[in-house]
Ligand binder design. Structure first.
Ligand code: C2E
Ligand code: MG
Ligand code: MG
Ligand code: MG
Length: 283
């Protein structure tokens, strides 16, 4: 059992703790209050080019800044929001805040793209596309600069409806990313059916891939597949230079991981960029 736990920890590092498990109990009332008081906000993690080191975009990752419990990670409240029907409101707030930040970057001459995580319930809820379009129009943002990240489990539930929603979003110009690629199921079928523009290799394959021939083989063939069907490739969870070098060698397009930068509040992005420019690996 100890060995099994070790294996599980290695292969599924993203597994979320049970809600009632570690840490103080968080209930639906706490979450409702947090949303009302604006305690949940986006942090941003940079995405950079493996080829040039250039800063290409950010992924918005929700953080709950609780007045007494401190920072609560999304793994502890997103599933709760989904179960309790609060995810639509949460996503709506997130979209508004993120697009406002994006508009602000735009006016200060910063041409970075924005990626947003979308839950299955938000995807099939119906109003997502209209909300996004309305916010883009209001804030003068081209939908081409926004990418929506969905996990395989998000569209596996209702493939028909998901296909309809994703096609509609794509038609309006939004980028579509298949998140955590390799951890779900039926990925090949979905890849062939859904109008994706980007593929994100899951952290469990990426981290120190150069040390493991099996993971390396999976990554290599996935990158080849993605290239052949015209998808941009992103590696998530690149934590060190050795992993960076390997993925750069294999021709992966974008890096997202602690090696380049951790998720951070929006006001830390510019200072981060200055430091990154000084230490980005030279070509
Ligand atoms: P994700 O979309 O796959 O996001 C990547 C996760 O990997 C983030 O965890 C990020 O902080 C973490 N990460 C990035 N680079 C590294 C690295 O080098 N090492 C390690 N150890 N971790 C790294 P985070 O922020 O805890 O988010 C977890 C998940 O929660 C996300 O996974 C996403 O599925 C979900 N999530 C976050 N924000 C939102 C949101 O606003 N809406 C929805 N629906 N889901 C969200
Ligand atoms: Mg994501
Ligand atoms: Mg991911
Ligand atoms: Mg992941």
């Amino acid at each position: 059992p100890a060995r099994l736990a070790e294996l599980l920890a290695r292969w599924a590092p993203d597994t979320r703790p049970p809600l009632a498990g570690s840490g103080p109990h968080i209930g639906v009332a706490d979450l409702t209050k947090a949303l009302a008081q604006g305690e949940i906000m986006p942090w941003y993690q940079p995405k950079v080019s493996f080829a040039t080191g250039e800063w290409l975009g950010v992924e918005a990752l929700s953080r709950w800044l609780h007045p007494t419990l401190g920072m609560i990670p999304p793994g502890r409240f997103i599933p709760l929001a989904e179960e309790q029907g609060l995810i639509t409101l949460l996503t709506e707030r997130l979209i508004e805040q993120c697009l406002q930040d994006k508009a602000h970057w735009q006016t200060s001459g910063l041409a970075i793209k924005l990626s947003l995580n979308i839950s299955s319930s938000s995807l099939v809820e119906g109003k997502l596309c209209d909300r996004l379009l309305e916010q883009c129009r209001q804030k003068g943002i081209n939908p081409n600069l926004i990418t929506l990240e969905v996990t395989e489990s998000a569209f596996v539930k209702d493939l028909g409806h998901s296909l309809e929603m994703l096609s509609r979003l794509r038609m309006h110009g939004f980028g579509l990313s298949i998140d955590d690629f390799g951890t779900g199921y039926s990925s090949m079928q979905q890849l062939s059916l859904l109008p994706f523009t980007e593929l994100k290799l899951d952290r469990s394959f990426v981290d120190r891939c150069h040390e493991d021939p099996v993971r390396l083989a999976i990554i290599e063939s996935t990158l080849t597949l993605a290239r052949k069907i015209g998808l941009r490739t992103v590696a998530e969870g690149v934590e060190d230079k050795a992993t960076w070098d390997e993925l750069a060698r294999l021709g992966c397009d974008e890096c997202q991981g602690y090696y380049a930068g951790r998720p951070m509040p929006q006001d830390q992005l510019l200072p981060w960029h200055e430091q990154w420019q000084a230490r980005a690996p030279a070509r």
